[in-house]
Ligand binder design. Structure first.
Ligand SMILES: [Fe+2]
Length: 246
């Protein structure tokens, strides 16, 4: 297993490079992807989400804050930077290439702030029951102590084998199969990076949300897994989709 996270730097040369890295290692980081002004705007809009807006849904959390924003249901004038950030043409191109289909890009965005008391199921190393492409931006400087995202690069091969072996037994009711792995702590790499850094990953890579020891971790994370072809009426399908936390 590689012992570091594949890193690409701005300006982005081409989507093909990101795609190839995702194929081989399942995860890529682009340090400082969002500039300080964008980060400030995203942080401001995070507080707007915290105040409660139509098109977002509060996710119960024992400590901290979590909200599921339906990007096609929100008024984009309320969250203009968020909407634009997760509507990037290169992300759309990458997503369509990743899924080999036209996709609804980042139709759901999760805004989360975690504290030392925060506890949830995504803090266990796991792969998501439903494979998803995620665009994950740090909104404050993150290191291991304040809950860096952690993953095992290239571990999606184990996930593929597990999916072939267990099929529909992999579900949200029994999370044991999505958490059964051979990895040791030294193989689980924390993504330590500054505010504005963007992590792109397939959730077939084994990953977890690091536990905050001190301070806090604030992020936004776009989820893409729906083909446009399955959405005859986008509003209808979006309202029917039952979202799960991980
Ligand atoms: Fe997950």
């Amino acid at each position: 297993m590689p012992n570091s996270i594949p890193t690409l730097y701005l300006p982005l040369k081409n989507v093909g490079t990101i795609f190839k890295t995702l194929q081989s290692q399942g995860v890529v980081i682009i340090p400082n992807y969002a500039n300080p002004q964008q980060v400030a705007h995203l942080n401001h809009e995070f507080s707007v989400v915290q105040s409660g807006i139509e098109g977002s849904r509060l996710i119960p959390l024992n400590s901290g804050f979590a909200s599921d924003i339906s990007r096609f249901e929100i008024d984009k004038n309320i969250l203009p930077t968020t909407f634009e950030f997760f509507d990037s043409p290169w992300m759309q191109k990458l997503s369509d290439k990743f899924w080999n289909d036209k996709t609804l890009l980042n139709d759901h965005i999760y805004a989360m702030e975690e504290t030392p008391e925060t506890s949830h199921v995504a803090q266990d190393l796991h792969f998501d029951v439903t494979k998803t492409l995620k665009f994950f931006v740090y909104l404050n400087d993150i290191c291991k102590a304040n809950g860096a995202f952690e993953c095992v690069p290239s571990s999606m091969k184990l996930t593929e084998t597990t999916r072939k072996t267990y099929g529909s037994e992999i579900n949200y009711d029994d999370r044991s199969l999505t958490r059964h792995h051979p990895y040791t702590d030294d193989q689980i790499i924390p993504v330590e990076a500054g505010a504005g850094s963007l992590i792109i990953f397939s959730t077939d890579v084994w990953h977890r949300s690091g536990k905050v020891q001190s301070g806090y971790r604030r992020i936004m994370r776009g989820h893409t897994r729906i083909a446009q072809s399955t959405a005859n009426k986008r509003e209808t399908i979006l309202s029917k989709i039952k979202r799960k936390f991980t």
